[in-house]
Write a protein that binds this ligand. Structure first.
Ligand SMILES: [Fe+2]
Ligand SMILES: [Fe+2]
Length: 188
């Protein structure tokens, strides 16, 4: 498993903007991996691969959803692109021979989370939302929190997104509710 082959693919298939985002996620995820004492290579590889499927068309996404039986949560029915994490994990396994279940899960759940998130999955989830170019209200506080208490950072971020979704009349994926519940239970 080499990051070289993956990077070459991403440079060819992702927009410049998305590729740069991916590199920023990898930089932060590696830093967080050191803080939380997990393998920085896994953090880098999962970060590089996390948005590999982000720019496929809705038609292609629907084809993956059908072929691989990806759960059609109502929010995915509305926006098939939200499944790009699950599709990305399939691409990394099929096209890049990635068999590392921890990496594949981190990619799979980076968009809407999952009830059982490994530390690596949590790191990719949060590195994606607070990487250096993000500017939403509250991001500075999250950048501090993510380096001290990753669970608290996830809960804080989910609070912010829930408010945003309510204001915009959007629903949240069931997995995100499940993730919040598991983290709250573990912390109580
Ligand atoms: Fe993504
Ligand atoms: Fe991303």
């Amino acid at each position: 498993m080499s990051t070289y082959k993956l990077k070459q693919y991403l440079k060819l298939h992702l927009s410049k903007k998305r590729y740069k985002h991916t590199v920023r996620v990898a930089k932060l995820a590696k830093e967080l991996a050191v803080i939380y004492n997990i393998d920085p290579f896994k953090a880098e590889y999962a970060s590089l691969g996390h948005d590999i499927a982000k720019e496929i068309s809705d038609l292609e996404a629907m084809a993956y959803i059908d072929q691989y039986g990806i759960k059609l949560d109502p929010v995915i029915e509305q926006n098939p692109n939200l499944a790009h994490g699950e599709i990305g994990a399939i691409m990394l396994r099929n096209q890049f021979g990635c068999e590392d279940s921890e990496i594949l899960e981190a990619v799979k759940w980076h968009t809407y989370g999952h009830k059982n998130m490994s530390l690596l999955s949590k790191i990719i989830y949060m590195a994606d939302v607070v990487e250096a170019s993000r500017t939403f209200e509250g991001v500075e506080e999250l950048r501090v929190l993510v380096r001290v208490d990753i669970d608290a950072a996830i809960l804080k971020f989910c609070d912010l997104t829930q408010d945003y979704f309510k204001k915009n009349n959007q629903g949240m994926h069931q997995n995100t509710y499940d993730m919040i519940e598991t983290i709250k239970k573990a912390d109580s």
